[in-house]
Design a protein around this ligand. Structure first.
Ligand code: 3UK
Length: 524
């Protein structure tokens, strides 16, 4: 399938609606809170779309979603796309100043937010330049909203009297429909816009052609819907084939949440990150056989590379294969992948047919087979630029090719092996962490004179941040201070960015010009 196979006028709501009559009464979505059929979902999408139009949301405008994974997230996403607006899936784990940045950068006028996340916006309320209408999902209707304002309305009330009929906006297949933010080494997160065509294309090229997703499937992903790994795997792809998805609002870093959800809702396909598989493998209740995982037929891993020992341990304990594939927000989803009948544990597999990859040296010349180089990817689903970041865009989007920032090696059999990144970015639990950000946070603490943060492997060979800290005179290298610094990091940054280990050192290894030699710290 190519983009040109889609009509010029194409709206991604087709994914939900193209076969609606046939599957109207099938379940589209399971969650602890609500269960919806395709018909009910489509009706709710239309109500939300009409409510957005009542707020004068026009074609091309951004609408932000800061919501836990639930039915309202899914309905809002498709409603926003259906009226031709752009859905901004916001990372719920970020801090208030980052939420403010994203809301301002995307210029969202309407924000659909979960009641539990609303207090996190209080400290930055004054900084929001464009948000006018706040739609609140969840919460107890008897308690007044913490940040009640004239323009704040409950989701249920907002859509209650809206019609369940709505015509899709006549969008072009190349019109933008979704905006996600991805963090870089330094500076603000980068807004990545995707077009309507990118959703059906990734669904067909990877989920159907490679993974073999089918109508009878039921997906469950620990990757949240604000992350395109989750939006694809747990919403767009299942609905594209008429399968159902299972949404979980609870944090996936607690294995019991994940295992209970699997046990209760019986997915056939499970998406997780390597860290998630390793955490389940270390869970005593899981090892004791307390949970029933027998509904699952296949697992998927992405976000960071899946070490072969984790693959084998999972296979041994569950009998299940894990399909490791590398994707990125710039391409929307997976572009190199193992496949159900062709798995090489530890590798990322082979390029997804319909996309193209090459490995080049620093002068853009292809490297010999077996050598490590920079990975470039060509896909019709690649974004065109980073919003408001012209320079970074020019260095990353090289014509038809995307510079991924990953180092790769292709073996003699054509399998691709991840060999780290060419920038300092870490993938922690599948999510980008910038060591520079962790360092600046530590440096803002009064006890810290200097510091360096590097990624080091944990017991499962998965990368986690480690901090090396030089204290100012007058501070003692105590365990209490160590604790204090980690707690400080958790308060100032999204919790997953905190250092998992912290060492006090007398000095940091540096070059003659004073640059910190991270490789020396990594080798320790
Ligand atoms: C790294 C991997 C080795 C790699 C993503 C699937 O992770 C996703 O998107 P991001 O933009 O990060 C992209 C970067 O993450 N990475 C991802 N998967 C793997 N490294 N093996 C893997 N299997 O550095 C890549 O450049 O956050 C993953 C689908 C959609 C996604 N957005």
């Amino acid at each position: 399938m190519r983009a040109s196979d889609l009509p010029l006028q194409y709206n991604a709501v087709q994914i939900l609606e193209h076969n609606l009559a046939a599957r109207a009464d099938q379940v589209a979505l399971y969650s602890p809170e609500r269960e919806l059929t395709f018909r009910q979902t489509s009706d709710e999408v239309n109500r939300v779309g009409n409510a957005l139009k009542r707020l004068d949301v026009h074609i091309g405008e951004s609408v932000a979603i800061l919501n836990l994974d639930n039915a309202e997230w899914a309905a809002a996403y498709f409603a926003i796309m259906k009226i031709g607006a752009v859905a901004v899936g916001m990372n719920t784990l970020l801090k208030p100043h980052e939420h403010a940045y994203i809301l301002n950068d995307s210029r969202a006028r309407v924000l659909i937010v979960h009641a539990a996340l609303l207090p996190a916006l209080d400290p930055v309320r004054e900084q929001l330049l464009f948000v006018k209408h706040v739609i609140v999902v969840g919460g107890d209707s008897s308690t007044p909203l913490r940040s009640a304002q004239n323009d704040t309305v409950r989701y249920e009330d907002w859509i209650a009297n809206e019609s369940a009929t709505l015509e899709a906006a006549p969008t072009h297949r190349d019109d933008f429909c979704a905006l996600n933010y991805s963090s870089g080494t330094t500076g603000e997160p980068k807004g990545i816009l995707h077009a309507h065509k990118d959703l059906p294309l990734t669904a067909q090229l990877w989920a159907v052609n490679v993974l073999g997703l089918r109508e009878k499937d039921r997906t469950f992903a620990t990757a949240k819907l604000f992350f395109t790994f989750g939006t694809g795997g747990n919403l767009v792809f299942p609905w594209y084939v008429g399968a159902s998805c299972i949404l979980m609002a609870a944090p996936p870093r607690i294995p019991a949440n994940v295992l209970q959800t699997i046990d209760r809702f019986k997915p056939t396909i499970h998406f997780n990150a390597p860290t998630g598989y390793a955490a389940i493998l270390a869970d005593q209740d899981f090892l004791d056989g307390k949970y029933d995982l027998s509904s699952i037929r296949l697992c998927v891993s992405a976000g960071e590379s899946l070490p072969a020992p984790v693959w084998h341990a999972w296979k041994e304990k569950t009998g299940l294969d894990i399909i490791d594939g590398i994707g990125c927000t710039e391409i929307w989803h997976i572009f190199i992948s193992n496949r159900p009948d062709d798995i090489r544990p530890g590798s990322s597999g082979k390029p997804v047919p319909g996309m193209d990859v090459k490995i080049v040296d620093d002068n853009m010349n292809p490297v010999a087979q077996g050598e490590v180089g920079n990975l470039l990817v060509k896909s019709e689903t690649t974004a065109l630029f980073y919003l408001h970041q012209a320079e970074k865009s020019r260095r990353t989007f090289l014509g038809e090719w995307l510079l991924t920032g990953d180092k790769y090696m292709m073996d003699a059999d054509g399998y691709f092996w991840h060999a780290g990144r060419s920038d300092d970015m870490l993938k922690v639990g599948g999510i980008f962490v910038s060591p520079v950000e962790v360092e600046s946070t530590l440096l803002s603490h009064p006890a810290v004179l200097e510091c360096a943060v590097v990624g080091l492997p944990d017991a499962s060979n998965l990368i986690k941040p480690k901090a090396f800290v030089v204290l100012k005179q007058g501070y003692d290298a105590s365990d209490a201070l160590k604790q204090e610094l980690v707690v400080y990091c958790k308060e100032k940054m999204a919790e997953y960015k905190r250092p998992r280990w912290l060492d006090f050192v007398n000095e940091l290894p540096k070059t003659a010009t004073g640059k910190i030699q991270r490789f020396k710290l990594r080798a320790q």
